[in-house]
Structure formats: C-alpha cells, structure tokens
Design a protein around this ligand. Structure first.
Ligand SMILES: [Zn+2]
Length: 454
C-alpha cells in the first residue's frame, strides 16, 4: 500500500501535477519553436556534448535493453530466494513485486558476497588513501607533486592546503581539502572553485574538495568505506579538471562545461580505484601495512556491480520519459487525462516496461525534468559516464596508466575548459564517437555468453 501510494503521488488529488506537466511541456515546445527548433530537446541538446535528440535516443536505446536483460536475471535470482524461503517455511511462494525488490535484493547480495565492512575499512585509512592513492595516481599519470602548506590561511583548523606542482616544478595551483563532517557543514561531497584559472588575468586555480568523513577521536585513524574512497577519487577528478584548466577567458575555464560532460573527469578518476597497481599502492592495513588480501579485494570489487541491472534500468526508464516529453511539439502534447498513458506508451515503445522495476520517477513527481533544471537532460549523468568508461578503455588499449597517456588526456580534455565543443573535444581525444560497450562492461551489464546454469 505504501508503494502504491508512493508511485501515485501528485497524480490526482489535491497536489495533482498532471495539468502542470502538460502546460510546462507545451510552453517549452512553443519556446523551442519560436527559436527555430523542432522541439525542446533539440533546442536544449544543441549546447550539450550529445548535440541532438537522435544521439541521446540511440545511446538510451542501446543501454536500456542490456540493463533490462541483466535486471531480469537479477529478478530470477531474487525469485529463487523467495521460492527457497517459502519452501523452507512450507508455504506457497509469491511472485516478486516491485515493493519486494529492495529487501530481497539486499538478502541475495549478502548471500552471494558475504563480507563485512569492518573487514575492509582498516585497509582504507584516509591519509594513506589521499597520499598513496589519489595523489599517487596523479603523479603516475600527470607527474604532479603536492606539498602541504600549513602557513596558508584556512577557514577551519581541519582544512588542509596543498600547493600543486607540475613535473617540471612549475606551480599549478592550490588544493584545499576539507574532509571531515561538522555540525554546520553541508552534507555530501563536492568540489568547488575558489579562483577560476584565467590567462587573461594571470590567475592560477584555487580549488577545494569537500567530504563528510566522521572525524575520529584524537590519535585514531579515519578509516573509510569503499564508497567513501570512490567518492574521494571522484571529487579529486573534478579538482584536477579545475587545476589543469589552461584557457584565456575565465568564463570558459575548467568546469564551465555542459551537464553531460561535467561528470566525465570525475568518473574517469573514480576508475583508478579499481586499477590493480593503484589499489595495491594505497589499500594497506593501517596497523600492519599489509596489502589487502586478494580474496577480499575480489569480493569487494565484484559486489560493486551487483544490482546494476535494476539501478541502470530504473534510471534509463526515467531518462526515456524525460526525452519523450521534451521531444514533443506543442501539437503532439497529449491531454491531461492521457499523461500516464503517454508515459506507459513511451516505455513500451522503448522495450522498458517491466512490472518489478518502475522508472525511478513517474511523470507527476519527476522534479528533475519539470522543475529541477534537468529538463531533456536527465540522461546527462550516464552520458558523462559513457565518455569516462570509453576513456578508461582507451587507457587500457594504449598501454595503461602511463605519463604519456595522462599528458595526452590532460592536453586534449582536462586543460581545455570549454574552449571547444565538448563533443568535438572528446572525439579529438578518443579518435571517434562515444561507444556504449565499455560502460556495459564496467557496470557488469554484458551477460555471460554461455547460458547460466541455475
Ligand atoms: Zn561529480
């Protein structure tokens, strides 16, 4: 009942949004037409790296079916667990429903990859992850070095400042690290630019990385979960994008890129966590200095892709709904009474209608698409990731994490801000258009070729 009430919210009743959705869609379509575009998506995507609705449709159309296929195998796995439990209890098994998914997926995941977070954390000590992990990877790839500057002013005693140097010893910029949580600090993790790089004004970049790691008692180490380690790498990727910026005009510096490109530098940096040579360098026990045992490493990494079928499917379905609404002309927009039917038809047409996995947001409460600033752009998260996974694949095809590869990536992408169309920038680096294959591999969405015998 809670589930049904949840997915029906803002659809009928006092807080009904369906009429507003139709009005918003019509007004956006009219705006696009006045500006000479076929629909709102065509108008809005021209400034993104995807460039056209056709390109977005193509990518979602390739990703959706692969994700759903994987999700169906996850559903079979979960149904197996439900059946086994029913048999043990001597009752009739029930069919998996959307409201069962989270609970049983958690159980199935535990059964498959049993490890304890407490086993893993001693290998991820904050200082070591920063110095022997993210800083080390930046040294291997880009020749950077970092010097702590305790003499520079900070806004809180927990904040650390590093001066960042190029391989030739020249100064690149400053990095502020604010890693611990505090009662008066925003939640989550983020990167921000204090000073944008600019050749015109002779400004070097000053950037900050913020995390919310619980602060350990004095004398105790801060031990991280794998998710926190990945987040640390992610935010540092944004920091590098700001630090490497080498443009004339501040308006085009570093992170002045569209939504579907902004997460590209952070997501590629995330990938280095899983690189064996990098992982081996920082994942060491904080007391003994021993590397993380291989068996534990394998389990931890394998568990990362568990549930990606579900996660990717519900996301892609929502991205498709967003595109479907914003690729309409004013005339094609359905009446208020047909809002949910339009949504269902869009999912069915794209082969994404599967009862146990609803889209992450239904139209009446899809704030990203109708009031959150992500209209026709909800796909952007995954587009950035496609670029990042392709780039990871490029590194591997060109000999791995070498200085030459790092410098090439820095010259072609990370240093250029928005001085070039982002789509063109990517192609000049990659040597072609983005491909979906590496992302499918990364998320474990490529099914084994032989039928799994279960
Ligand atoms: Zn990010």
């Amino acid at each position: 009942r809670i589930y049904r009430a949840s997915i029906a919210r803002n659809n009928g009743g006092e807080a009904d949004n369906t009429a507003l959705v139709v009005e918003i869609v019509k007004l956006r379509a009219r705006q696009a037409k006045l500006l000479g575009y076929a629909n709102y998506a065509a108008y809005s995507l021209e400034d993104e790296s995807a460039r056209s609705p056709e390109a977005v449709n193509k990518m979602l159309g390739q990703l959706g079916p692969a994700a759903l296929l994987k999700a169906k195998s996850e559903a079979a796995d979960i149904q197996g667990l439900i059946d086994a439990e029913a048999k043990a209890a001597g009752v009739k098994p029930f069919t998996l429903q959307p409201w069962d998914w989270a609970y049983y997926a958690q159980k199935a995941r535990k059964a498959r990859y049993s490890f304890d977070e407490a086993q893993v954390k001693p290998y991820f000590e904050l200082d070591r992850v920063i110095k022997d992990g993210v800083f080390y990877a930046a040294q291997v790839l880009y020749g950077l070095s970092f010097k702590e500057r305790a003499d520079l002013p900070v806004y809180h005693p927990d904040v650390k400042v590093y001066e960042v140097f190029n391989a030739d010893g020249s100064q690149l910029g400053l990095l502020y690290r604010d890693d611990f949580e505090r009662p008066n600090k925003d939640g989550g993790a983020w990167m921000e630019s204090f000073v944008d790089q600019s050749g015109l004004f002779g400004l070097k970049p000053v950037v900050t990385n913020n995390l919310n790691i619980p602060k350990p008692p004095a004398g105790q180490p801060a031990l991280l979960t794998l998710d926190e380690v990945v987040t640390l790498y992610h935010e540092f990727g944004h920091a590098l994008h700001g630090l490497f910026s080498d443009v004339k005009y501040p308006a085009l510096a570093g992170l002045s890129v569209p939504a579907d490109f902004a997460e590209y530098p952070s997501q590629i940096n995330e990938m280095f966590v899983r690189e064996p040579e990098i992982l081996a360098h920082f994942a060491r026990h904080y007391q003994t200095g021993e590397p993380m045992p291989k068996a534990l490493q394998d389990k931890v990494l394998a568990a990362q892709t568990y549930g990606e079928g579900f996660g990717t499917s519900e996301y892609v379905a929502a991205a498709m709904i967003d595109q479907a609404w914003h690729q309409l002309s004013e005339k094609e927009t359905p009446p208020v009474s047909r809002v949910m039917a339009f949504e269902e038809a869009a999912l069915t047409k794209n082969g994404m209608s599967f009862n146990p996995i609803p889209p992450r947001y239904h139209t009446p409460y899809f704030a990203h698409a109708f009031s959150g600033g992500y209209q026709a752009a909800y796909y952007a998260y995954i587009w950035s990731e496609v670029l990042a996974r392709d780039t990871g694949n490029w590194f591997h095809r060109h000999g791995g994490l070498t200085r030459a590869n790092g410098d090439f990536f820095r010259a072609k992408v990370l240093s250029r801000g928005r001085t070039l169309e982002p789509g063109v920038m990517f192609e000049q680096f990659y040597g072609g258009a983005p491909e979906i294959g590496p992302l499918l591999d990364w998320r474990g969405l490529t099914l084994p070729k032989t039928p799994a015998g279960r």
